[in-house]
Design a protein around this ligand. Sequence first.
Ligand code: PEP
Ligand code: MN
Length: 471
Amino acid sequence: MSSSAWEPSTWRSKPIKQAPAYPDPKKVTAACDELTRLPPIVHPAEIQRLKASLRDVAAGNAFLLQGGDCAELFSYCEQSAIESKIKLLLQMSLVLIWGTGKRIVRIGRMAGQYAKPRSSPMETVNGRQIPSFRGDILNGFHEDERELDPRRLVQAYHHSAATLNFIRASLSSGIADLHRPLDWGLGHVQDPALKEKYSAIATSIQQTLRFLQVINSRQTGLETVELFTSHEGLLLEYEQALTRLLEKPATLTSPETGGTASPTAEGPAAAAQPRKEYYDTSAHFIWIGDRTRQIDHAHVEFFRGIANPIGVKVGPSTPLEDILDLLRTLNPDREPGKVTLITRYGATKVRDLLPRHIRAVEDSEYEGCVVWQCDPMHGNTVSTPTGIKTRKFNDIYRELQETLKIHKEQGSYLGGVHLELTGDAVTECLGGSEGLGEDDLSTNYTSFCDPRLNEKQALELAFLIADHLSQ
Ligand code: PEP
Ligand code: MN
């Protein structure tokens, strides 16, 4: 644990995993200087609004839906890819509102999810050993673009900014307007019992929306919603350059009502005197991945100094004693909702590991302080006999169901889900109501990293969670 002085650059004196060895450090410095001059991508007031929402999640009064690509590419920065992802997240959140009866906090793995940790620095492609693809912010997927290129740091900024600009424009222009009829597209569901179940939920949602329209809900905020952005905070050169000492916003405005939701944590007196904090303005929320959460290493050092809400991946390789050390380092003031623990064990290991992790936290001074979020994707990755990386829909749902059950048994609250998904009709995960099999994977497998749920599988998962929670 570290309580020494913090600066956005203090991580540089710590050991670090997954660090890029750029061939020309001068070019990295030039790119970071340029990033430092550019304006923030997100605003502290938005970051504080998300923090307030996550405080509600930690208290059990809201539910967090986070989703998007494993590796976002610069080429995904185009209208239809962004729109289909926003629409999918909105439709899933509607189903989850129905199931949970709670407000849904939405975070996209979007507008900056460009850096990927890799298990090996090299890989074999067409019989040749070449550097692994590490995400568009570092190098390119094409074989000829595998050299690390510092110009990509600035390109990542511009692609993030353009993506977020279009998200904001879409949301403020009615993409989320629930007065429009929704297409639930359940034609593909082959099992009649499941189809009936999903149709009943969709019908119930439609009826509620029609009712709200009849009683003239035009002023009740059905036209727009808030969608926050997130990515893994892996490339600390980039995160440092976008970290700014900014005034803490005095009051928080509720995303849904436009009214004042809650004062700052210190109360109205402190709110009258804004003070400065370090905000990582690259996204509203960033998380530490499974490979970089070592307590005395660079990533934890960087994350402990920023005011953003943050996530930490927790998996089978997390030592039990590290969990409290991480919380004490990352959230010494015990702000509720500041840290989201993103658990990703795999369907076969969750029963053994999650209960102890819950007890370690909930029997400590951090009781009720964290957001527990289930990532049912990363512990369930398998390879087909022909070497294609995939995940079974059933394993994903099994880990989620088991996680829900365990939290219930332990008296804790599962506050959210973290999914890899896309709004497109890809064929990367097996199963689901379309019954995708191994032979179907080649039809439209476009992920450059982990396999994602397609739009039908993602919505189906939302139906299953909603059905489970509503019982
Ligand atoms: C990811 O979220 O894409 C990822 C790499 O996950 P993890 O750090 O849990 O392996
Ligand atoms: Mn992934």
